[in-house]
Design a protein around this ligand. Structure first.
Ligand code: MTE
Ligand code: HPA
Ligand code: MOS
Length: 747
């Protein structure tokens, strides 16, 4: 079934933040942000801006009625710089004016005298200075020191990984409208309506019940709006509170690129030890995470790097240490994979490095070390593993040896074009690693005409979660999807939401919706029993808008049943709660069972490199993917294709460039290259893993949002192989492997 939004999307009728009709009297905000990355704010002059045409107010930190604080985990993030600036792009003041243009013009007239301080952009320098946002985090299993001593082969190395711009098509933005008695209604392009609500309450001193946040949909979030939508909503809220007018702010692309954080760059060290049979016996890694100037979501991102530091492999002795390093960059944040890709790239680099030194294929080492049922992850959870089955099903279908031989034959006959093939297994844990976040609620109303309205905490951002929510209700009620409408995500209908993140929105909100619908359905069955002359509810089912008795259609329609229930004063509404059972994690021991389940998969990635120019093309990504049992193959295959292309972009062409002064140089689409229609793989093949395993996913349909991104990592290793087929060299493990870097390695 197609995404229910697809028609309104292609007709341009879907409503995003900037499409919401503005009410009369609306003002527009624009931020004046720091031109330098670190400094003392000596003085400010806002007078010229205040006298600028159409300006209502210029707001600085001292004007806030509430606290100047929006940090969600650590209170280290002022809404507006006060005393010091910590990154180029940090908001300092807000111009509020009668039009967007007036606001922008006024913001340019704000002047700040900033005395420059030393700028740190390198996480290793920050760590050496002791500038960590939270204490280091560590996973230990077995005894690596002892294990290395007994290894036949030990290799060490270093990897660098750069950030990634989210480049959601819809930029960040918010719209605040005053409500009665000093309250506020916020429209926000956010993955976390409750996070926005909290930030707004912090800066306005309003209570949460005075602030309503409403989200229709996002033109993409990709993690960039899990936490970083908060500032813009808080800015609109403050401006609205101080002017008593509705205030809107939708960022321009360059403002968004300059002022918001990105995927975390990491610098990492690895040490890998193997026995004579190529079994990995010991692995050590140190991860230096470039967190940027404030905490944001960096600690949980760092934790997920540790959770995925051994990817799909079982390694009996592991020590992994991770440092959350404060630098003078915009606070880096969630991005599809949430630290997992960064952890996986390091172990894959270690394996590739060992393979190159030993003169074997990486695939041989990978395959020998895949995690099996009952093997323990470094964090204590035991695997219910499909790593081996996904590998063997991918191999059976696509024939890795054959693809490798094709590449070898091609390379033998081609001087300047070389092909490379790499295997990329993926194992990704599903659940927020912070256990309390794994809960959700759903509000379901059945109306007397038989139509159904569903509200959940899930935010639609293109991933199709609303389609899945509608499917859940339609399935439980035996209705066509057209009878169900999924409504905006709204903090008055659904309170205390977790953000739509961790790929868990469909599971958490879907299960809550299932419970709500089943509760209403069971009430309806009680009403139906005498009407269809059935003895027990077990004999009754709902299908195609009719009540069935012992699988036989009766004359009682859904609509009549609903009306009858209403006349009997039976409630047709339900608000239900779901919390993932059986999960937990103890950070004092760094052991537990954090994930409801894992998603497994194996991709084979093939590339061709033009060794004269350094350019390359991805020929194919062929994967065997663990859907469990997909409830919507159109949506899920779309997630896989999109995830793969986004992962490819990260490891190949997307290059975030900050200069040593901490200024973003790749600050527009002319200087930041993302995959386009010409750079996507010529072929993406998706083979559903055959498995009969039960899982905790909604209708057994496993989470799919993030895991496929990591298939894209295989492109790095495929390009590396092609480069090495041209020239015996050992490129640094340095992401992204841009055509420029490929060329520099070739010559
Ligand atoms: N797909 C689209 N089209 N747009 C997005 O912003 N975000 C990704 C993924 N797929 C995203 C997307 C991220 S980072 C996550 S965590 C999941 O969707 C969140 O949605 P889910 O929990 O419903 O899978
Ligand atoms: N994934 C995504 N977002 C999160 C997580 C996570 O594991 N934990 C907290 N926020
Ligand atoms: Mo996704 S990075 O968990 O929003």
């Amino acid at each position: 079934m197609k995404n229910i939004d697809s028609k309104s999307h292609v007709r341009g009728e879907s409503v995003y933040l900037d499409d919401i009709p503005v009410v009369h009297g609306t003002l527009f905000a624009c931020v004046f942000d720091s031109p330098i990355a670190h400094g003392k704010l000596r003085s400010m002059d806002t007078s010229e801006a205040e006298n600028s045409e159409g300006v209502f107010k210029v707001i600085t930190a001292k004007d806030l009625i509430g606290e100047n604080q929006i940090g969600g985990i650590v209170p280290d993030e002022p809404l507006l710089a006060d005393g010091e600036v910590h990154f180029a792009g940090q908001p300092i003041a807000i111009a509020v004016a009668a039009s967007e243009e007036f606001a922008r013009k006024a913001a340019k007239k704000i002047k700040a005298e900033i005395e420059p301080l030393e700028v740190v952009t390198d996480p290793r320098v920050a760590a050496a200075n002791g500038d960590l946002i939270v204490p280091p985090k560590k996973f230990v299993m077995g005894d690596t020191a002892a294990a290395f001593a007994g290894c036949k082969y030990v290799f060490e190395g270093r990897t660098e990984q750069n950030g990634q711009e989210h480049l959601y098509i819809e930029t960040q933005g918010a719209y605040a409208v005053p409500t009665e008695q000093g309250g506020l209604k916020l429209y926000s392009s956010t993955q976390g309506p409750t996070a926005v609500q909290r930030a707004v309450c912090s800066v306005t001193s309003l209570a949460m019940h005075e602030v309503e946040v409403d989200v229709q949909r996002l033109g993409g979030g990709f993690g960039g709006k899990e936490d970083q939508a908060n500032a813009w909503a808080a800015i609109c809220a403050v401006a609205s509170q101080l002017t008593k007018r509705p205030v809107k702010y939708a960022l321009h692309r360059m403002e968004d690129m300059r002022m918001t954080g990105k995927r975390h760059p990491y610098s990492s060290d690895f040490k890998i030890g193997l026995d004579k049979n190529l079994k990995i016996v010991a692995y050590e890694a140190s991860f230096y995470q470039n967190a940027g100037a404030s905490c944001d979501l960096s600690p949980p991102v760092l934790e997920r790097t540790l959770f995925h530091c051994t990817n799909s492999y079982f390694i009996p002795n592991v020590t992994a240490t991770a440092y959350c390093c404060r630098t003078n960059l915009p606070p880096n944040t969630a991005f599809r994979g949430f630290g997992g890709p960064q952890g996986m790239f390091v172990i894959e680099s270690a394996i590739a490095h060992a393979a190159e030194k030993l003169g074997v294929t990486a695939a041989e080492i990978q395959q020998k070390n895949l995690i099996d049922d009952g093997d323990e992850f470094p964090y204590g959870q035991l695997a219910e593993s499909d790593a081996i089955t996904s590998w063997s099903q991918a191999d059976a279908k696509y024939d890795f040896a054959h693809l490798q031989k094709d590449a070898d034959d091609f390379n033998a006959g081609s001087k300047y074009f070389k092909k490379g093939v790499a295997m990329m297994p993926v194992c990704f844990g599903i659940s927020f690693t912070k256990t309390p976040m794994n809960q959700a609620r759903s509000l379901v109303h059945v109306y007397t005409d038989g139509s159904v309205a569903v509200s959940t905490g899930a935010v639609e951002m293109g991933q199709g979660v609303n389609t899945k929510m509608a499917q859940v209700a339609a399935k439980v009620f035996g209705l066509g999807i057209g009878k169900v409408r999924v409504h905006t995500t709204n903090t008055l209908r659904i309170a205390n939401t977790s953000p739509t993140a961790a790929s868990a929105a469909a599971d958490l909100n879907g299960k809550a919706t299932q419970i709500a619908c089943e509760t209403i359905r069971d009430r309806l069955f009680e009403v139906a029993l005498p009407l269809v002359e059935a003895e027990t509810a077990e004999a009754v089912t709902l299908n195609d808008g009719f009540v069935y008795r012992n699988d036989e259609k009766t004359s009682l329609t859904w609509q009549n049943l609903v009306m009858e229930a209403h006349l009997q004063r039976v409630s047709l509404s339900e608000h239900s709660h779901y919390a993932t059972p059986g999960i937990g994690f103890d950070w004092t021991t760094a052991k537990g069972h954090p994930f409801a389940y894992h998603v497994y998969g194996t991709a084979i990635v093939g590339v061709t490199v033009d060794c004269l120019r350094g350019r390359y093309e991805v020929d194919y990504v062929k994967c065997c993917h663990d859907f469990g049992s997909s409830m919507n193959t159109a949506v899920d295959n779309g997630q896989i294709e999109g995830g793969i292309v986004q992962g490819l972009g990260w490891v190949t062409m997307e290059e975030v460039v900050y200069d040593t002064a901490g200024k973003l140089r790749s600050n527009a689409l002319s200087t930041y290259k993302v995959p386009d229609i010409y750079s996507i793989p010529k072929e993406i093949a998706i083979l559903p893993l055959e498995t009969a395993r039960e899982n905790l996913a909604i209708f057994n349909s496993k989470a799919v949002g993030e895991p496929p991104l990591m298939y894209g990592i295989g492109a790095y290793f495929a390009i590396r192989k092609a480069v090495r087929a041209f020239k015996d060299c050992s490129p640094e493990f340095d992401l992204p492997f841009t055509p420029e870097k490929v060329l520099m390695n070739l010559y």
